[in-house]
Ligand binder design. Structure first.
Ligand code: 2HA
Ligand code: ZN
Length: 254
């Protein structure tokens, strides 16, 4: 077995590159994590540093005890993940009590897992429970139209959901449960992680006001597709709103 044969690393890095091409990852923006299947964790074990030290988490996620994750590194560029996974990604293991982690592979030039690790783990814990283990992916980025709308629409999930549903017939099919919205909170904070994971009980996509979008999915395609659909509907809404005057009348171009 070679690292190149590990399909989940390849799929992860390919999605990262496609998302970068969409313009959702300026500089080192965004982060992603994948909860590995047992067989994947076993197949990748030839990569592991079994002496890796345990590091305390500042949250507790007993629902993820002994789980393995592939996670983006803090400060790493999505653009580079496909060409240099060892430098930009890591495989981490959660301890038996769910209060610590250790880096078994990756970040070969040093570094830490994503600054949004608390959000990722808290959301995985909820989603694993409510989908009976089906959902494995958490993905966050900075799509410009979703962010722009969060400056203009009220911080209200009924409004966001209704407006985006109206933009494309695809929307109510892709997110029939609607969209969650959380108010602006400090990036990387546990508070943001907890607020998002509350929403993940009911939704698969949560708007981070003035910051971005956080989605979950069972496959890379589903997570990417959901993210893409929300951002595309947002871009249509931004265009439609731009064609009206302040008094609600339509711009007359001819
Ligand atoms: O740059 O996106 O939310 C990483 C982030 C933090
Ligand atoms: Zn962000």
């Amino acid at each position: 077995m070679k690292k190149e044969d590990l399909k989940f690393i390849k799929d992860f890095a390919e999605m990262a590159y496609e998302a970068y091409l969409m313009g959702w990852h300026e500089r080192n923006g965004g982060n992603m994590s994948y909860r590995m299947e047992e067989s994947e964790a076993e197949n990748a074990s030839f990569l592991y540093d079994e002496n890796a030290p345990w590091q305390k988490l500042d949250i507790s996620v007993p629902g993820l005890a002994n789980e393995y994750f592939l996670v983006t590194g803090s400060g790493k560029y999505f653009k580079n993940m496909i060409k240099d996974p060892e430098d930009t990604l890591c495989i981490l293991q959660i301890s038996e009590k769910g209060d610590s982690f250790r880096i078994l592979w990756g970040l070969c030039n040093g570094g830490r897992p994503t600054s949004e690790l608390a959000s990722h783990l808290l959301n995985h814990e909820v989603k694993k429970r409510v989908t009976n283990g089906r959902y494995r992916i958490m993905y966050h980025a900075h799509p410009e139209n979703v962010i722009a709308l969060s400056f203009v629409l009220p911080c209200d999930e009924k409004v966001f959901t209704q407006k985006l549903w109206e933009m494309m017939p695809e929307c109510p099919l892709t997110f029939p449960e609607g969209l969650g919205v959380v108010p602006f909170m400090e990036a990387g904070s546990i508070e943001l992680g907890r607020a998002t994971s509350e929403k993940m009980k009911d939704y698969n996509a949560v708007v981070w006001t003035h910051h971005g979008l956080f989605v979950s999915g069972d496959t890379f395609d589903e997570a990417f597709g959901l993210f893409h659909t929300v951002e595309k509907a947002s871009s249509i809404l931004v265009k439609v709103m731009s064609m009206y005057h302040g008094d609600g009348s339509l711009l007359q171009l001819m």
